[in-house]
Design a protein around this ligand. Structure first.
Ligand SMILES: NC(=O)c1ccc[n+]([C@@H]2O[C@H](COP(=O)([O-])OP(=O)(O)OC[C@H]3O[C@@H](n4cnc5c(N)ncnc54)[C@H](OP(=O)(O)O)[C@@H]3O)[C@@H](O)[C@H]2O)c1
Length: 336
């Protein structure tokens, strides 16, 4: 019998994001986890519906269309905290949009939380502090995002076919990516946003080109000041191999860096994250900690130090979770 004080339910635990979330929760000292396999409330026996209703929080790691159906059903069941990892409610006024370092903790009485998308997380971490500080123009922001294939979920499709993607990279969903409205909504500025898929499983690198209003150094100062006390968002001294996707995969870390001014007057700002961790499930865990009044980083893998990206094996979830022990005893009162 679990001694954990809070019980978390997951719908969609057989998917990529759901599997990572379940693995994180299984290691967490204050959360027990229960998974539910039905595609609709009518698929579940009454005992499962009762168990769902008894959860302290339910996380939806389902497609957005499914989340649209599930949220009202969970509200009706009386679930007190609902965290949606899908894109269904990320611009909905009733949902707290949860990037802890940028938007703080959900209020204790908040019932609904929208976990941000992976590209939006990386892009907003890089750009929101710059717009808040007034050091870049809100116009002419261009963003290139490159992602591993797990960002598309487990259902095979033509783009993800091994013979198309292996040893290859190409743009996809140009001009119509579903993350554009979400980024623009939370950035408060229009963006040109293009994406390309990489022949790797997980991890993403975002490069934003911005026009400085007070010079390149003011951009660096604003970013460093915003993230001076955030162990899981680090500004690197230079945009080099330390930004490598291999250095963030399996971690909650976001690495940011700023390039030199280009001759065109634009400055590149970079962000790398693991789409399944900081871009989805470890960010959800970070938010659950804050929502339940626990230490912000309880159960997260230890923060990563920058390294030069020399060949090393991936920080697999297993080994990173072993690191989580360092945080399990944390008594940190960090609020982000
Ligand atoms: N992958 C990422 O990097 C990432 C990052 C951020 C956010 N997200 C979001 O997180 C959600 C899950 O993404 P994913 O990549 O894990 O997708 P996925 O691998 O395709 O998994 C989807 C999961 O949802 C379940 N599901 C499908 N329809 C359902 C329904 N009507 N009711 C309950 N469960 C249902 C599936 O169950 P079955 O196994 O039974 O089909 C599966 O467990 C998506 O909304 C996605 O946009 C994903």
């Amino acid at each position: 019998v679990s001694q954990a004080p809070f019980s978390i339910g997951i719908l969609g635990a057989s998917g990529y994001a759901g599997q990572v979330l379940e693995a994180l929760l299984l290691q967490h000292p204050a959360f027990s986890v229960q998974t539910f396999a039905g595609h609709a409330p009518s698929d579940l026996p009454q005992t499962s519906l009762d168990a769902l209703a008894a959860c302290d929080a339910v996380c939806l790691a389902t497609p957005g269309e499914a989340a649209l159906q599930w949220v009202p059903a969970l509200v009706e069941l009386g679930v007190g905290k609902i965290l949606d990892l899908s894109d269904a409610h990320r611009r909905h006024h009733a949902f707290h949009y949860a990037i802890p370092e940028l938007f703080g903790a959900p209020a204790q009485g908040q019932r609904l939380v929208a976990n941000p998308g992976c590209y939006p997380t990386a892009t907003l971490l890089a750009l929101v502090p710059l717009l808040r500080a007034g050091v870049i123009a809100a116009e002419h922001i261009a963003v290139l995002g490159a992602s591993g294939a797990s960002g598309a979920g487990k259902t095979p499709n033509d783009v993800l076919h091994f013979c198309h993607l292996a040893e290859n990279t190409f743009p996809y969903k140009v001009g119509e990516h579903r993350h554009i409205p979400e980024i623009e909504h939370h950035l408060g500025a229009p963006i040109s946003f293009v994406t390309q898929i990489l022949p790797i499983v997980r991890g993403m690198l975002v490069t934003a080109f911005v026009r400085p209003t007070k010079g390149r150094d003011a951009i660096a100062a604003a970013l460093q000041s915003a993230y001076a006390h955030t162990p899981y968002v680090s500004v690197l001294p230079a945009p080099d191999r330390a930004l490598g996707i291999r250095n963030v995969v399996g971690t909650h870390q976001a690495f940011l860096a700023i390039g030199p001014s280009e001759r065109s007057g634009l400055v590149p700002v970079f962000a790398s994250i693991d789409n399944l961790m900081r871009g989805a499930s470890s960010q959800a865990l970070h938010t659950l900690n804050l929502w339940f009044g626990l230490p912000a980083h309880l159960g997260l893998p230890a923060p990563q130090q920058p390294c030069d990206g020399a060949p090393r094996s991936y920080a697999t979830l297993t080994s990173v979770l072993a690191n989580a022990g360092a945080n399990l005893a944390s008594t940190s009162s960090e609020t982000h």
